[in-house]
Write a protein that binds this ligand. Structure first.
Ligand code: SF4
Ligand code: ZN
Ligand code: ZN
Length: 306
């Protein structure tokens, strides 16, 4: 069977088909298209200014490694922003060893400064501690809240102006649907990929927001990235998995569904940003109630298990 030519350069054989746009791309045009998608998202959502200091949360998975490579390339060629990688060890036995080695090597190759933080050092508890004991929520809920705090802490430590995370288009669409299913429109605010200024928080940006997960995987394979293959043993607990499966099925049947969910969710972001803020009475971090979520979770952990 004759392989169809690339619809961009018309000279090479295509290696990737995008059902949602009808493009067939050769490897060179595919790699360029990912950089273009990231650059476009940076511009459309006003993510960066010249000479920003950008902290990137790097887990060693394909998304964060793609982000690290693409953003480094874009910044070297354009804004000249400095990039610092932040690696968080959640305390999942055996899970982060492979990832840590990959992140060390990648940062060394790209000459990017790397800082490491751990849940154990920051909170004196690991995710395994939460998993082994009685708890009210899924383990991923604890992990998500503590990881967000740890990344913000790391970004503050290195005086970053922005904190970039590797959320891809699928993640964005899943989060949007999860917010709807939980009836929590207030969380839609955090989906805006350009982030916003909030006292005590480094502005979060999501430059991969328009790159589907399949494409970060293919990009990583084409670039021969070594990325973490070992899956977290708690991954099955998350409600996100059900939502992911449903969106993937819909995307298969009706290409473009994931983009539509994401774009529609942006229209649902409340116009007025909730600026009501207190200071957590335990850790002094900003919060909307008396205790921040992190302190609440740690307090519950000891209460339930005393
Ligand atoms: S699957 Fe859940 S527990 Fe495991 S790293 Fe991801 S968020 Fe944390
Ligand atoms: Zn081409
Ligand atoms: Zn607190």
């Amino acid at each position: 069977m004759k392989i169809k030519p690339c619809t961009k350069c018309h000279s090479k054989e295509s290696v990737f088909y995008r059902p949602y746009s009808g493009e067939r791309l050769c490897s060179n045009c595919f790699i360029t298209s990912i950089k273009d998608k990231v650059q476009n998202a940076i511009n459309v959502y006003g993510m960066l200014e010249h000479n920003n200091r950008i902290a990137i949360g790097v887990s060693g998975g394909k998304d964060s490694l793609t982000l690290l490579h693409v953003l480094k390339q874009i910044e070297d060629e354009t804004h000249g922003s400095e990039i610092i990688a932040i690696f968080i060890d959640e305390g999942l036995e055996g899970y982060r060893n492979e990832a840590e080695k990959i992140v060390n090597q990648t940062c060394q190759d790209l000459k990017i400064e790397l800082i490491k933080l751990s849940f154990k050092k920051l909170f004196n508890l690991t995710i395994d501690d939460f998993a082994k004991k009685n708890r009210k929520l899924s383990i991923c809920s604890y992990c998500g809240v503590l990881r967000r705090r740890a990344l913000n802490e790391g970004a503050k430590q290195v005086n970053a102006d922005r904190l970039a995370t590797g959320h891809n288009l699928d993640d964005m669409a899943q989060s949007a649907l999860l917010n709807l299913l939980r009836g929590d429109l207030s969380k839609m605010q955090s989906l805006f990929p350009g982030g916003f200024y909030k006292k005590g928080f480094v502005r979060r940006i999501k430059p991969l927001c328009e790159v589907p997960e399949k494409e970060t995987t293919f990009y990583s394979l084409l670039q021969n990235f070594e990325f973490q293959s070992y899956k977290c043993s708690y991954a099955h607990e998350a409600m996100r998995n059900d939502v992911r499966d449903w969106i993937l099925e819909m995307e298969e049947k009706r290409p473009g569904t994931t983009h539509t969910i994401f774009q529609t969710s942006l229209k649902l972001i409340p116009k007025k940003i909730d600026k009501k803020q207190n200071i957590c009475e335990k850790c002094s971090e900003p919060t909307s109630s008396n205790l921040c979520k992190v302190c609440q979770m740690i307090e519950d952990y000891f209460k339930i298990n005393s």
